[in-house]
Design a protein around this ligand. Sequence first.
Ligand SMILES: *Cc1c(COP(=O)(O)O)cnc(C)c1O
Length: 364
Amino acid sequence: MGRVYNFSAGPAVLPEEVLKEAQADLIDYKGCGMSVMEMSHRSKMFDDIIKEAEADIRELMGIPNNYKVLFLQGGGSLQFSMVPMNLSMTRNGVADYIVTGNWAKKAYQEASRFIKANKIASSEDKTFTYIPDCSDLEVSDDADYVYICENNTIYGTTYNELPNTKGKLLVSDQSSMFLSRPVDVSKYGLIFGGAQKNIGPAGVCIVIVREDLIPEEDVKNIPNMLQYKTHADANSLFNTPPCWGIYMCGLVFKWLKKMGGLEVMNQRNIEKAKILYDYLDQSDMFTGTVVAKDRSLMNVPFVTKAGDKDLEAKFIAESKEAGMENLKGHRTVGGMRASIYNAMPKAGVEKLVDFMAEFEKKNK
Ligand SMILES: *Cc1c(COP(=O)(O)O)cnc(C)c1O
């Protein structure tokens, strides 16, 4: 069987070129006689890999020098606790959360275990189908930060404008949009993302944090492994890092640079998403589930207009037969979802839309 078009939300499609490069390196990485999975994280070989990966992501995102880039483990989910522990427990112990989906809600609930977390806006009233107006929120005076999930993987919404935090730090979960478009890092106190959505394999979480926010002193009631300081001081080599994952992320960074960088990726992503949204907007059978102005370019949930579960099941089964995998929607939304990350080629989206049009004709 050849490669399928994989619309999974994560772990998700990786560029075929990158997989081939990893395959070529697998047995004998650059003549060192072993694979990256087998080498010491203290070796010169690996040191070059992690340093180059960091340099490349800095270049791609234009990360200012006063920000640290950390390669951590524990997925995006561990940041739900590390963020309040490191940025708030050591300060006022208060933070504001904008809840726009499951992941933001989980982050809010987790933070509530350690600090006073305030939910200052939410779109739960309409099943997270929109981004609330964040231009004039009641930001708490003593909030250590304002937290957002910038692209909502499950519900398919994204912020086209950052919230007005009234001078407070902004913390953003960018897991499902990381490196999909340029961002101005200097507008954030901290950005994090699990790699397995848009960057690399599962097992790495990238944290970009402004240096002055990392508590300087060792914080006694935070485990060593959960302190940013521990990892920042050791350049992500405090203990064994997810070596293979970092190597794969590094290959993806090189691929992104070769593609022309994040502005080019953004244009490609806009073009790809437009093909799908344009089709959905004129379809008699299918419809997108979110408010048009807040549509994600990465995750596109859609349903049948009639809410016909049998027809949706048939669609998912037949799309699989046609070589398109993982189009089933998240269990909380139902219907379908096409995740069309950086590595999804335009041809994949075109094939999906052709298939949908054909399916619509046949099942009128
Ligand atoms: C997938 C996802 C997470 C959780 O990531 P894990 O690595 O599984 O912990 C967090 N936030 C967002 C936006 C996600 O899409």
